[in-house]
Design a protein around this ligand. Structure first.
Ligand SMILES: Cc1ncc(COP(=O)(O)O)c(C=O)c1O
Length: 372
């Protein structure tokens, strides 16, 4: 449900005027536009947005307003969503496993680039989408991300050499791509991948048209604003490994959207050592088990921040499932009371598209705010 009352300055302004008795999702379009502009200005290549990170239409429109001209899509539904909003935007279909029907949907929508990490998928594209750009996705055992993205997708460098040569031999436009893993806080991870991409292309004897350096760029999850310049600098410096510099593409999700949202969750009940919230891991806090508890503050009903000393507390979501618990013990202020609100920050990525309505929870009103 979208709130159409006068826009509040920020979540605390809204909370103090309206009160919070159910979860509220705060969205700052201005932050989305600014983040897109910063990425487009700083990256020095084509910025595509990974729609899966947040498929909210207002998000897509704000990012486009900030200069994003292409979208990384993973399914026909995401393709249809982008096409409905932006008939001429570039579509990159970078989910490397696709059924023939999914390829047909991509073709009908004019997908400009596809990724593969295995010969069978490559042959499908050679047959069904002749002449298009195919990026071989490879993986390296480099650290720095929140968890390992190489477990599911990505060819080894040796496999990638063979695949890239085959892409060229099939008359497809050759490209390379990788994903360092989400929330990667080490710029040298990109440098390692770019350098290896140059080696893969050289050994395959193929000049690649484009290098897609993926997503994985971090958001301010730990509370410290991220300067993306070192990441862009590392990527550009490593490009010198190519004898002919390929055009650059990136496909960030989290870094474009996470810090443009906050999420307010009422504390329903307290028991000794425990708190029960109105939202949990089946709702907006679904990333907590894999990524840790997002940074938060606790507020009394009028909006004042609770200042009490931190007390380690087991924090549960609203469903009847005992897995519905934030990981570890969460440092809640000792003066936290039922009816207070936990205000989580950096809540724009992998929330809207991931939340379920399990047990009848996981719904919220979305409120636009001027800033966060
Ligand atoms: C192919 C691909 N590109 C981009 C992204 C976006 O990653 P992030 O949100 O870490 O930037 C993902 C995330 O799963 C992905 O699978």
């Amino acid at each position: 449900m979208l709130d159409h009352t006068r826009m509040a300055a920020d979540p605390l302004d809204w909370m103090s005027r309206h009160g919070v008795d159910a979860p509220v999702h705060f969205r700052a379009e201005a932050v989305l536009v600014a983040q897109a502009k910063a990425f487009v200005r700083g990256f020095g290549g084509m910025v595509t947005y990974a729609v899966k990170a947040n498929p909210d239409e207002a998000v897509l429109r704000a990012l486009a307003a900030g200069g994003v001209t292409g979208f990384d899509v993973a399914s026909p539904e995401e393709i249809a969503l982008v096409r409905r909003l932006f008939p001429r935007a570039a579509l990159h279909y970078n989910n490397p496993v696709r059924s023939p029907a999914e390829i047909a949907a991509g073709l009908a929508a004019g997908v400009a680039s596809w990724s593969v990490d295995e010969a069978g998928e490559l042959e499908k594209l050679a047959r069904l989408a002749p002449g298009t750009e195919v990026a071989v996705r490879f993986k390296l055992p480099v650290a720095g991300a929140a968890y390992n993205f190489g477990e599911k997708f990505g060819a080894t460098p040796d496999e990638a050499i063979g695949l890239l040569a085959r892409v060229a031999a099939r008359g497809l436009t050759p490209a390379l791509t990788f994903h360092v893993g989400t929330q990667c806080t080490d710029p040298s991870a990109w440098a390692s991948y770019v350098t290896e991409a140059a080696r893969i292309a050289a050994v395959a004897g193929v000049t690649i048209a484009r290098l897609n350096v993926g997503g994985g760029f971090p958001s301010a999850r730990g509370g410290v604003a991220i300067d993306l310049k070192p990441y862009f600098t590392a990527i550009h410096a490593a490009l010198s490994a190519f004898p002919i510099c390929p055009a650059l593409v990136c496909e960030p999700g989290r870094a474009l959207v996470a810090d443009a949202f906050a999420h307010a969750v009422p504390v329903k009940a307290l028991r000794p050592g425990r708190a029960y919230l109105a939202d949990g891991i089946y709702g907006a806090l679904s990333e907590a088990p894999s990524m840790g508890v997002p940074r938060f503050s606790v507020h009394a009903p009028g909006g004042a921040a609770r200042q009490g000393a931190a007390r380690p507390t087991a924090v549960f979501g609203p469903t009847c499932d005992s897995l519905d618990r934030l990981p570890g013990l969460v440092p809640l202020p000792v003066d936290t009371a039922p009816g207070d609100v936990m205000l989580f920050r950096g809540m724009g990525a992998y929330v809207t598209g991931v939340s379920t309505r399990f047990n009848g929870y996981g719904d919220w009103r979305t409120v636009s705010v001027a800033s966060l």
